[in-house]
Design a protein around this ligand. Sequence first.
Ligand code: SAM
Length: 214
Amino acid sequence: MKRDCDEEYLRSAKKIRFAGRVFYIFDYVYEPAEDTFLIAKHLKVDGFILDVGTGCGILSVLAASKAKHIVAVDINPYAARCAKINAEVNGVSDKIDIFIGDLFNPIHENLTFDTILFNAPYLPDEKRKESKSLIEYAWSGGKDGREVIDRFIQQAPKYLKPYGRILLVQSSLSDVEKTIREFRKRRLQARIIDEEKIFFETISLIEALNLRKF
Ligand SMILES: C[S@@+](CC[C@H](N)C(=O)[O-])C[C@H]1O[C@@H](n2cnc3c(N)ncnc32)[C@H](O)[C@@H]1O
């Protein structure tokens, strides 16, 4: 019954191809774009990976060939389901565990990772709302664009192994310099490693390294 339901879903879902793989994009799920491809370009990752805000699961699937294991999280249940299907379709579901939740909430507090990925919702959103719609979760960073980014920076270091690294994508519209300062305050070595100009903004890929042994 579930399998029939999944097949029905796949027939109606949008399909994209990237790096020789196929990805289904369900309704209410972020379709990979320039920010996704910017982080994908720098995905030389091995070890244990945490993919925060996995969306359709594209970064987890791409990382799966080299990674030991991947944990993927998304607050949007449609995204978590889409990522699960894409992991299956690409033959890597044995390497990826997918959870629905807010940032690090589903992660056991003693778990640490070699790499933490986050293509964050980073656009300033002037409208004050009680709650976000599912697709708004993909892009809306609240009033100054930093609502989710700031919470991520506060929590992420605890889940990073010694010598581990964070790859975070955000826009010039949500104060990239503040992100670098906030990582440095937490004793991570942070810098922009790649950028792309699109329309009215520049998208930056920020790397934050944990150079401490313990
Ligand atoms: C810009 S999309 C990136 C999706 C995918 N990683 C990619 O690169 O194509 C941001 C994703 O983060 C998820 N997200 C937003 N806020 C979140 C939160 N607080 N906790 C977990 N996931 C969140 C959204 O639902 C969305 O899937």
